[in-house]
Every structure is written in C-alpha cells, then in structure tokens.
Design a protein around this ligand. Structure first.
Ligand code: EPU
Length: 351
C-alpha cells in the first residue's frame, strides 16, 4: 500500500482539476482496499474513493481526508462469465470480451474509467447499460463492516443510477461479475439508431463484434468522448448532465414551452423511459438555450464537438468549470423550465 501526504488529485481526474488530498492511499489488493477503508472509518476520517477519475469534480481546495485510489487488477474470463477487479481499466476489459467473441458490452467501448465505477452510475452508451450484463457486485459494506455480494436486483439499477449512487457512503466496490453472450462472434442486437445507421444495418440486427466496437469508438471520438491527452475537447467527464426524465405532465408543459420559443413546428427529442415517462436530450436543451458547441471564452468551455461535455481547455480551475455549469443550468431553466442535474460526482463543491 502506498501512502502519500498532501498529494495532488488533479492528475487522477480526466478534468485535471481539483486541489490535493491530505492523504492519498493507493491500494492494489482487495485486502489493502478494505484495510484502508476500515482505517479511515475507525478514525472518523472522510474517505474519497477514486477509480478512473472520469466522473469526478474535485473542489479547488482539495480533500481533507483520505483519498483511496483503487489499483486492484484482475480479469477472469470463464466461459461466458467475466469477473473484473474494481481497478481494471474498463476499455481494456471491453476489448478483451470482443477478442474472446463475447457480446454484451461491446457498445461500451471507449468509456473512460475503471470497472468498479461502472455499476455505480450504471454506465451506458449506444443502447447498452451494464445493468443488462452485471450479475453480481462484490463490495465492502462500510456499515456492516464486511464484504457482501449484491445481486443485480439488489443493485437497484436505473438510468445512470443505482443503490451505490443512492447511498454513496456505504459501499466500496471490489469486484464486478458479468454474464455475456456467445453469439458466434456477433454483437448483441444493435439498439441505438445512430449506431445502426453508422453500421449500415437496421436496429435489432447483430453485427460482427469488432465492427460494433470500432463503430462506437468512431462515433464517440467524433463527439470528443474518447480521451486524448493532446485534445482539450476530451478533458471532460463525458456527459456533464444526465438526460432529464419527465412525467407526462412535465413533458407537455416542456413541449409547449419549446413551441413558444422555437416555433409551432418545433419538436423536442423524446424517448420512452418507462411508464408515463419521457426522456429528453440535455445536449439538445443546452444547444437550443444558446450554449452551442465551443461556447465560452474562459479556460472552461463547452466542447466543440458535443454540447453535453464541459471541458477544461487547460489552466481552468474547478470554480471556472462550476461557473460555466451554473450558467448552463440557469440558462436552460430559464429557456425551457427544465433543471439539469450533474452526472459527475462533486467533492467539496456543488452546482
Ligand atoms: N445534440 C445536440 N447538440 C449536440 C449533441 C447532441 O443538440 O452538440 C442532441 C441531438 O439531438 C442528438 C441528441 O442530442 O440526437 C442525443 O445526442 P447523443 O446521441 O450524443 O446522446 P446524448 O444523450 O447526448 C448519451 C449519454 C452518453 C452516451 C450517448 C450515446 C447521457 C447523459 N449521456 O448522450 O454517455 O455516450 O448517449 O449512447 O445519458 C456519459 O454518460 O458520460 C456519456 C458520454
């Protein structure tokens, strides 16, 4: 176990933002993770768990406690079952499943971050969510003081949400188990219209796994959603806001507001999101509220490739980023009456 004092955290985040941690512990086995968590909890020290740092906004003052970096490794592939240590790099794991001819996570290629973070916000893209393939999550339960195994159902997954996100102080994910599908080298049925179009197939068709992965990587890169140290458009946390889910009543009011503002033929994006609920597009709302691609003049700006990604152009502070985020939230609320909610976890700061 490595322990550093007054350690910079910004390099551990994809935003490259935030002040130092009083203490930074790097744990490379489950036992080390558990020992570090117990030590913090026993001494009443605040704990911040850091995986890939791809969904994390740390305040400029940093973190006055123990930051625990999960650096555990382990990929076990047996038949169609995959078990990943929390610290595994997610994109590498996806590449492994594609090589092994297994379907179920190929559309989650190119998502930055660690395997252990995927159940927390039920990572999803291009028609797949980890909730469809995760069978069990092994976690350290800080309340019970023991390691527990949660079934898929117990994880209470929904859109960008789970039991872990609902109760962030309780669990530290150690391992994640997936059940994949052997479909003769083919992908799962392609659900996302944009991906199907790019692949030249109909939604619901299967394609060679490697094609699905390559197409998703290309689509993501076109939106600035594949990390590249040289490209400031990718110094982000991916989507900064979740897509709003509205009740029928809220959607009707929203649609009326859209028509008032953008003309009687205007139609907001709408996707079914379960009983009586409609998901609309945060990227669209931001765009139509006047925050177009590349918006901003300071060191924190909207990505030039996708309005949902806020980016650090280099030299930004967390306050710069938050000022932009607050401006966007206020502008969208004023234009359309919808309040955007941030997707990344904030530490020591809020919108
Ligand atoms: N749009 C704009 N302007 C833009 C970009 C998009 O108006 O600059 C509108 C378009 O109407 C477009 C719609 O937004 O059709 C949806 O855009 P996109 O297909 O890129 O999807 P998204 O809803 O913006 C979500 C996820 C992404 C995921 C993609 C693909 C959330 C919060 N975001 O983005 O996930 O990669 O779908 O499945 O659900 C992430 O969570 O960090 C993330 C990158």
């Amino acid at each position: 176990m490595q322990v550093l004092h007054d350690a910079p955290l910004a390099p551990l985040t994809t935003f490259r933002l935030g002040g130092p941690a009083a203490r930074l512990v790097t744990a490379s086995t489950d036992a080390e993770v558990i020992a570090a968590v117990r030590e913090a909890d026993d001494s009443g020290t605040p704990l911040l768990v850091i995986g890939g740092g791809s969904n994390l906004v740390i305040g400029d003052k940093g973190f006055d406690g123990t930051a625990l970096r999960i650096a555990t490794r382990g990929v076990e592939l047996r038949g169609t079952t995959l078990e990943l240590a929390a610290g595994e790099v997610w994109t590498d794991a996806v590449a492994r499943t594609v090589e092994a001819g297994l379907a179920g996570v190929e559309c989650l290629a190119g998502i930055p971050g660690s395997a252990g973070a995927t159940p927390i916000q039920n990572v999803g893209a291009y028609g797949q969510e980890v909730s469809s393939t995760i069978t069990e999550v092994i976690a350290y339960d800080r309340r019970a003081g023991e390691t527990v195994t949660l079934t898929n159902e117990e994880c209470a997954f929904s859109y960008r949400h789970s039991r872990f996100k609902a109760d962030p102080e309780r669990y530290v994910v150690l391992r994640v188990r997936f059940e994949l599908e052997a479909a003769d080298g083919l992908s799962a049925p392609v659900k996302y219209a944009e991906a199907a179009r790019a692949l030249g197939v109909e939604p619901g068709d299967r394609v060679p796994l490697a094609d699905a992965r390559a197409t998703v990587l290309k689509l993501r890169a076109g939106k600035g959603m594949v990390l590249d140290a040289e490209d400031h458009d990718t110094w982000s946390a991916g989507s900064f806001f979740t897509n709003p889910i509205l009740t029928e009543e809220q959607f009707a009011a929203f649609r009326a507001r859209v028509r008032e503002r953008l003309g009687q033929d205007a139609e907001p994006p709408a996707y079914p999101a379960g009983e009586g609920r409609t998901k609309t597009s945060a990227a669209w709302l931001i765009d139509k509220a006047g925050f177009t691609k590349g918006y901003g003049t300071g060191p924190a700006r909207i990505s030039t490739k996708h309005t949902l990604a806020l980016t650090n152009r280099g030299g930004a502070t967390t306050e710069d980023l938050l000022a932009l985020a607050r401006e966007v939230v206020a502008g969208v609320r004023e234009a359309f009456g919808v309040t955007l909610v941030n997707e990344p976890v904030t530490v020591g700061v809020g919108l």
